[in-house]
Design a protein around this ligand. Structure first.
Ligand SMILES: Cc1ncc(C[n+]2csc(CCOP(=O)(O)OP(=O)(O)O)c2C)c(N)n1
Length: 657
């Protein structure tokens, strides 16, 4: 069992005293045990859950602040409802740690959360029957819960469905689309709006302002509370209460303004103190017995129970290991090169200062994408649109149509949500929008919801798209510069984390679009690689030369579209073997683009394609661990390329690996 740095002193008994008090959590084997605890023990259970969350995340990292904020809410949910019959649908599901602990997932698997052999950091249908729905992307809970509630109604069963959504989920278009449909589909749905005022950064936009007004407007709350009490207190209370609601609707808020949610047909309850278990239980019981859809507005504090997280909710949204006493994160090892996103953020500021037409757009990820630098240095050229990737791309299209040069910085995985505007708005109209796709490749601790492994495939089939990946951070700056010079859509993908440590040129170079870079000539085989695989390709080439006496060349392909067909076909004409290497799924990726080009030119060279398989890659401790699991470690790759070289060139040429 790993040590527990920073656990509250009360959690570990000093020497020479009585044996430690047994933990309530040790006795909780499942949600049934939560229901039989005396009510006055529930705050102690919440405190123990918090200790466990802090202990595990301080060792391994994770979504600390969102989880600490919902501990009481989760205890109350399990006190009132019966999972797995009743179903909780957590939005993003990064706040499910207490739920995991209460549903039998304790011990080493929890302590290794987000690491190889440990639990997923998100909810996962394959991990537990209590996880009725998996997620990792924001804004999906309300739609999915509505679907589940509707299926229940159609089936005629009686379980409860509860959607637990953060306030920032209400900046997502999908959440609003679902809200628009609730009353048309069901009479029984419980929506919990977990309002902590934060997305990852502070929540933005009119909805955030509205929720703030709703939770702080004492007049609104007092009038509603008083009228509610008055009507339910009358003889025939429930009937009178229904009449009041009807009258309120029919007078169109003339006398008492109703909340936005009531306008969508949901009954609004709140705001409720999200750290008061009694109050939560009372309101959840009420919601459970209601015969109309209900929205429970719960106010929580992100990071509640950990001073450092309360003070810095953005940093503690999600982070690596940390010291819980000081909140200090472990610093990167000395000499770690700057991150790709930091280099990108700095370069964008430089370009934006020189050209005021350049603007940066983020969908609620200013720090993760590196755009917070632009926000600080050029605030008029920076836009955070909330968790609204689809809107971000359409908004960029509009800006570009009026002569601006928008740069949309969106993680590869989240850009999936904006596919239609990429095709219909940006590429069809050939508008000059630059897309910077961070986290292309693996996001190891997060897992399959966050890996960025599909973008080449979904982008390279779109006309007018220029799609590229730099081999290092200096080339990233060149690509950003070249894309800003290009009068059409351009997509640059790059991985999470540290760059290669190459020096950055004082002035960027304009790269000819669609031209690859020959890094090393070869006469036995040629490896065409992209991004981080370029370095691997060079290492393979060096080892093949040293150990096998083979002449292996390496090309930094740079562009998946347009592909450098001239160089490719000239090499294919005189070499027996081409190898492609990409940090992307094989299906539809770079290797597929190479095969298509060869087939179109009727060129029969043997091709070995290396990339990720047609399977969702799990979470794990590191990229290296996951590569090894999938047979893609450096040694695996070397063995594969060497074995392929040994196949006699007279064998029929296989166009696929
Ligand atoms: C589509 C999508 N875009 C961006 C993200 C990154 N992201 C993860 S959590 C989060 C903020 C969520 O805020 P909220 O819904 O209020 O929940 P909280 O973390 O405050 O509990 C964001 C932007 C995501 N998961 N999915």
């Amino acid at each position: 069992m790993p040590s527990e740095p920073g656990m509250n002193s009360s959690a570990s008994a000093p020497p020479d005293t009585a044996p430690p008090v047994p933990k309530l959590l040790d006795e909780i084997r499942g949600p049934t045990d939560v229901k039989v605890l005396p009510a006055d023990q529930l705050p102690r259970l919440a405190a123990e859950l918090r200790e466990e969350i802090i202990a595990a995340t301080s060792l391994n990292g994770g979504h600390v602040a969102p989880n600490l904020g919902v501990v009481e809410l989760t205890v109350a949910l399990h006190r009132v409802f019966n999972t797995p019959e009743d179903q909780f649908v957590f939005d993003v599901s990064h706040q499910g740690y207490a739920h995991k602990l209460l549903t039998g997932r304790k011990g080493d698997a929890f302590r290794r959360l987000r690491h190889s052999g440990g639990l997923s950091g998100f909810l996962c249908r394959t991990e537990s029957a209590h996880d009725s729905y998996g997620a990792g992307h924001a804004g999906t809970a309300l739609s999915a819960a509505l679907g589940m509630a509707t299926a229940r109604d159609l089936r005629g069963s009686h379980e409860h469905v509860v959607a637990i959504c953060g306030d920032a989920a209400f900046t997502c278009g999908i959440t609003m689309e679902a809200l628009n449909n609730v009353v048309a589909c069901t009479k029984r749905l419980i929506v919990i709006l977990n309002d902590n005022e934060w997305s990852i950064a502070r929540n933005v936009g009119a909805m955030a302002k509205y929720l703030n007004r709703l939770s702080t407007s004492s007049t609104y709350n007092r009038i509603h509370h008083d009228l509610e009490k008055f009507f339910t207190g009358l003889p025939h209370g429930p009937e009178m209460h229904r009449l009041w609601l009807k009258w309120k609707r029919e007078t169109k808020d003339f006398f008492v303004e109703s909340s936005l949610f009531e306008k969508f047909g949901l009954r609004y309850l709140g705001p409720i103190d999200g750290h008061n278990i009694d109050e939560l239980i009372k309101n959840l019981e009420f919601a459970k017995n209601s015969s109309e859809p209900i929205l429970l507005h719960v106010l929580t504090k992100k990071g509640f129970g950990l001073e450092a997280a309360l003070k810095a909710p953005e940093k503690f949204h999600g982070l690596g290991s940390f010291d819980p006493a000081t909140g200090e994160s472990r610093p990167p090892a000395a000499g770690t090169p700057p991150n790709f996103q930091d280099v990108f953020g700095q370069a964008l500021v430089r370009f934006a200062q020189a050209d005021q037409r350049i603007v940066g757009i983020t969908a609620a990820m200013p720090s993760g994408t590196g755009l917070s630098r632009l926000a600080a240095e050029c605030p008029r050229q920076f836009f955070d649109v909330g968790i609204a990737e689809e809107h971000a791309v359409l908004f960029a299209a509009g800006l570009a149509a009026k002569g601006l040069k928008p740069v949309c910085a969106i993680y590869s995985t989240f850009l999936q949500r904006a596919y239609d505007p990429i095709i219909h708005d940006v590429c069809l109209q050939n508008l000059p929008v630059v897309f910077c796709l961070d986290r292309a490749g693996l996001s190891p601790n997060d897992g399959p919801t966050h890996h960025g492994l599909f973008d080449f495939a979904f982008l390279r089939c779109v006309p007018n798209a220029v799609v590229m990946q730099p081999k290092d951070e200096d080339e990233l700056v060149d690509m950003l510069h070249s894309s800003l010079l290009h009068n059409g859509p351009a997509f640059i993908r790059y991985p999470r984390g540290a760059g290669c440590g190459v020096p950055l040129k004082a002035e960027p170079s304009a790269l000819p679009l669609g031209r690859a870079e020959l890094l090393r000539p070869g006469s036995d085989l040629m490896i065409w690689a992209l991004g981080p695989m370029v370095r691997e390709a060079i290492m393979i080439a060096e080892k093949l030369a040293l150990e096998e006496g083979l002449s292996c060349g390496v090309v930094n392909a740079r562009f998946v579209k347009p592909l450098d067909r001239t160089l490719l076909l000239s090499q294919a004409a005189c070499l027996p073997l081409l190898v492609t290497m990409e940090d992307h799924v094989l299906a539809g990726g770079f290797g597929s683009a190479v095969l298509e080009a060869l087939q179109e030119a009727d060129c029969q060279v043997a091709v070995e394609r290396i990339g990720w398989p047609d399977a969702f890659v799990e979470h794990g401790s590191s990229v290296e661990d996951l590569r090894a699991t999938c047979g893609l470690s450096f040694d695996d790759l070397y063995r594969r390329v060497k074995a392929r070289c040994r196949q006699p060139s007279a064998t029929p040429i296989a166009l696929d690996a």
